[in-house]
Design a protein around this ligand. Structure first.
Ligand SMILES: [Zn+2]
Ligand SMILES: [Zn+2]
Length: 387
């Protein structure tokens, strides 16, 4: 079974605090790391974690606010130079970076103006709305030549029929993105694992194979009938000499992970996020015991929405609407400490306010799913098991 795991390297909103760094989520799958956002000092957080920078193959940027991308240029410099290909190895493929319009030009300018050289090539694929400018990256354009480590990426236009970008397909995963409402263009990503083979019922099949052992050898030259289990597992029905047909198990849906950028309304991505195993949703502002009693929830929500953000209740409601199994909140205001409470432990201000925020999300996500709502802290990890 493939382990999939998300590590939250930064969980603050616009301003970092002593206990929370800017946004960065590392998704570990199949030995690689895919990074979602790289706020300032993401490389420091990676160095302090158990994750190996050299394993990062792809970076997905949700939007161009600095708390989500200011850490990308220095991270690229370190992660490619700390692990250069040995001279006798084939060069590694370029680091792939996905994100909204202007990401490519911004990264190129930053790397060029700082005279930065990477130990590996990189490419930026832009997810474009019809009104976005196309960055030609024309090597002959004197105003806009590529960085010397850059390979021109794809310009991926939104499919207006379903309001989504087809970002990427690998042998095991497909990734789409869709626009979500924020103060600037912002994206959510949906990762869907390809259907996985169903489970075969060995207890039932074994006696059938044993019963046909001699005939299988005689008629089909099969010396080891148990080897036929692989045929069934691969999705092919098995026709045995005595007329029995062993049906291949139906494929099971793969896992689905939804990672949203900053948003006050992710409804456009909802049709793609149905039945997610895990939703990562921001919850920047809340009304908690830290606020004066006269502040109403409605005022707190209005305030959050006016800045393009969400409350825990909004996150819980949305996650319930897409029938998510598990909800992780992140991107917290600097007011909410992400510590363990120090000497006071669970009674400390940080744990108490985070539990209050978590409970606010449970109110709308569903009491029956109380155990499936989490508030992320820096370096906290969560697995995404198969159901
Ligand atoms: Zn942000
Ligand atoms: Zn933002």
């Amino acid at each position: 079974m493939t382990t999939i795991n998300l590590t939250f390297l930064g969980t603050s909103s616009a301003q970092p605090s002593a206990t929370r760094n800017h946004q960065c989520i590392a998704l570990r799958l199949d030995g690689d790391i895919w990074l979602f956002d790289a706020g300032e000092a993401s490389q420091h957080q990676l160095q302090r974690s158990q994750l190996r920078m050299g394993k990062i193959e792809k970076v997905f940027v949700t939007h161009m606010h600095g708390d989500h991308c200011f850490g990308l240029p220095p991270l690229l410099c370190t992660m490619t130079n700390s692990n250069p290909s040995a001279s006798n190895e084939a060069p590694k493929p370029p680091i792939e970076i996905f994100g909204p319009s202007t990401l490519r030009r911004w990264l190129r300018s930053t790397l060029k103006l700082t005279r930065s050289t990477l130990g590996r090539q990189y490419t930026v694929h832009e997810l474009l709305l019809p009104t976005d400018p196309i960055d030609s990256g024309d090597p002959t354009d004197p105003d806009n030549p590529l960085h010397h480590n850059e390979i021109l990426g794809r310009n991926i236009l939104i499919d207006t029929a379903n309001n989504a970008w087809s970002v990427l397909t690998t042998d095991k995963w497909s990734v789409i993105a869709a626009p979500i409402v924020h103060s600037i263009p912002s994206l959510g990503y949906v990762l869907t694992e390809h259907p996985i083979p169903g489970k075969i019922d060995i207890v039932t099949i074994q006696p059938l194979l044993a019963r046909n052992k001699d005939a299988l050898l005689r008629e089909q030259g099969v010396k080891n009938p148990m080897a036929l289990l692989r045929t069934v597992q691969s999705g092919k029905d098995l026709h045995l000499p005595d007329g029995t047909v062993v049906l291949a198990p139906k494929p099971r849906p793969g896992r689905r992970i939804v990672i949203l950028g900053d948003t006050s309304d992710p409804s456009l991505i909802a049709p793609h996020a149905r039945d997610a195993d895990l939703v990562v949703h921001e919850a920047t502002n809340a009304k908690t015991f830290l606020d004066p009693p006269e502040l109403t929830y409605e005022e707190a929500e209005r305030n959050a929405i006016s800045h393009g953000h969400s409350t825990p209740q909004m996150a819980g409601r949305w996650a319930r609407g897409v029938n998510a199994r598990r909800l992780v909140l992140t991107h917290f205001s600097a007011r909410y400490k992400g510590d363990d409470g120090g000497e006071e432990g669970a009674q400390g201000e940080g744990p108490r306010v985070m539990e209050e925020i978590r409970r606010l999300a449970v109110e709308t996500f569903g009491e029956e799913r109380d155990g499936e709502v989490f508030c992320a802290r820096d370096f906290w990890s969560v697995d995404v098991p198969r159901t």
